[in-house]
Structure formats: structure tokens, C-alpha cells
Design a binder for this molecule. Sequence first.
Ligand code: HEC
Ligand code: HEC
Length: 263
Amino acid sequence: MRRALLAVLLLATSAGAEPRRHYTLWPSAPGASPAATPELLELGGRVYRGACQGCHGEKGDGLGREGKFLGIPPRDFTTGNFLIRSTPVGTLPLDADLFGSIRRGFKPSVGMPAFAFLSDREVWGVVAYLKTLSPRWKTEKPGTPLELPAPPPRTAELEAGGRGVFMAQGACFVCHGMGGLGDGPVAGGLAYLVGSHKGKPLRPANLSRAQDFKGGRRAEDIFRSITGGLDGTPMPGFGASLSVEQRWQLTYFILSLNPGTTP
Ligand code: HEC
Ligand code: HEC
């Protein structure tokens, strides 16, 4: 039964179909998260067992039976580390961040499906349930949201400046390659840093394929990924080491590798 559900999910999301909602991230949750009442947790537990456990595992350790067959390993929720956050490096995400990842899914869609068919309450329920799977939620609060200013107008100067930061101060090319194709000198030796999948290999993103970005492809999404990094992977956060201007330069440089993409 569960296997059948997964097959449907994978079919529904692997045909290159856009998730029903526009592919954006912030704000992505309807209003504030409801209180984690026993009823909400119970609903979330049911959703988890029906739609998530097969990949993410009963304990949330990312070692579910079906998950083992995926090229990208399912997140280990016991670490409390998440790729997509609007909070600083190493901190817990906001409930709204988790809501967005579950609703939108990740691209490439062979990994995390988009759960467009769950009701808002079911998604909030499973968010509440996920937070019972790592002890970190008992002792830590979500990080203070990152400062994410509105994007400046896109200019040729910003793009050109971005190439410089990419090669020099940011040293992005080391992983992402000179042309941003994900083929830098150390690209072949990267691995997950935490949890059940620690040591398993992963590749840097091909920056000329913004449509595959997990955190979204708008200028503000890319800026956020550069600022907060993708926790649990070797992709660092540059909020402390690069200025706001340098991060916008990089953002527009990356968009310039994606002709036809509107920021
Ligand atoms: C078909 C397998 C599969 C199913 C089913 C699945 N996931 Fe995932 N999920 C993944 C994979 C693979 C990743 C890791 C993707 C990556 O690292 O690119 C992931 C990642 C995540 C993340 C991490 C987001 C981040 O920022 O790091 C969350 C949250 C998540 N899943 C929640 C859920 C929930 C909730 C459900 C059920 C409603 C679910 N998943 C069902 C495969 C699955
Ligand atoms: C140590 C290696 C490393 C360095 C240095 C690095 N990255 Fe990454 N980056 C990665 C990896 C690995 C991923 C993919 C992680 C994943 O998908 O799980 C990634 C993903 C990304 C993504 C895709 C985000 C998304 O939403 O999917 C962007 C954009 C990005 N990097 C930009 C940059 C920029 C800009 C720099 C320099 C300021 C940089 N990276 C430096 C390893 C690196």
C-alpha cells in the first residue's frame, strides 16, 4: 500500500510537472503555524506514517526502506539540520521554512516530492511531528531570521562583479567550477557532513540549472541560499564572510549563467 502511494507520488512529481503553486519560497506558508496540540501531532503522525516514513524512516533517521533506492538520500531529521532555512548557518529553521519545503518539494524531483495534495493543516501537522524527531527542538529555538533585503535592480556591473567574487573572495569555483557547472577541482570529493548519511558523496549544484535549485531560483532565493548555506552539506553560508553587495553580485552572476530566467 505504502509502496503504491510512493509510486504515485514519484510519478506525479517526476514528469517535470511544476508544483501546482508558483515555485517560490518566502513567504510560502499561510499565516503563522498553529499550536502543536495533541490533535495536531496525532494528525501529523498519521501523515508521516502514510506519506513520509517510507523514505525518511520510522525514527526520521533518513533510512526508510524506499529511501534507500534514491540517488539523493532522504534527510535525517534526527540531526535538526536542514538545507532550506531563512535562519543562520547551523540553526533550526522556522516552521514556515519546513512548510515550504514540504509543500513545494525539491527539484530535481527524484528526491523530495512536492506534497500539493495535503491540506494546510496536514502539512502543519507533519511539521509539528518532524519536530519531535530531533532532541534539538527541546533545547533550542529556531534561529533569528536572516536579514533578506529586497533585490537591487539587475545590472551588468553587478554580474561582472559577481564573477570576481566567485573566483576570489567566495572561492565558489573550488566546488562549483570556473563556469559554475558543478565541476570544480574538489567537486569529486565532497560528502554529507552529518547524521545517517555522513560520508556519502554528493555533488555541488550546477549553477547553470537554476530550475533545479532546492531553495528556489528567484534572486531572493539564491541570495538566501548563499547567505545561510545548505546545512549538513559542504555548501557553506556566506552571511558572515561576504558583504550584502557581494552576495547580490554573486546572485546576479549565477542568474547570468541562466539565460532566459527572470529574477
Ligand atoms: C520519495 C521519497 C520521499 C518521500 C515520500 C518524502 N521525502 Fe522528504 N526528502 C526526500 C529526500 C531524498 C530528501 C533530501 C533532498 C535533498 O537533500 O536534496 C528529503 C528532504 C526532506 C526535507 C528537508 C528539507 C531541508 O531543508 O533540508 C523535509 C523537511 C522533508 N523531506 C519532509 C518530508 C515530509 C514531511 C514528507 C511526507 C509528507 C516527506 N518528506 C516525504 C525524500 C522523500
Ligand atoms: C565546499 C564546496 C562548496 C563551496 C566552496 C561552495 N558551494 Fe555552493 N554548493 C555546494 C554543494 C555540495 C551544493 C549542493 C548541496 C545539495 O544539493 O545538497 C551547493 C549548492 C549551491 C547552490 C544551490 C542552492 C539550492 O537552492 O539548491 C548555490 C546557488 C550555490 N551552491 C552557490 C554557491 C556560491 C555563490 C558559492 C561561493 C560564494 C558557493 N556555492 C560555494 C558546495 C559548495
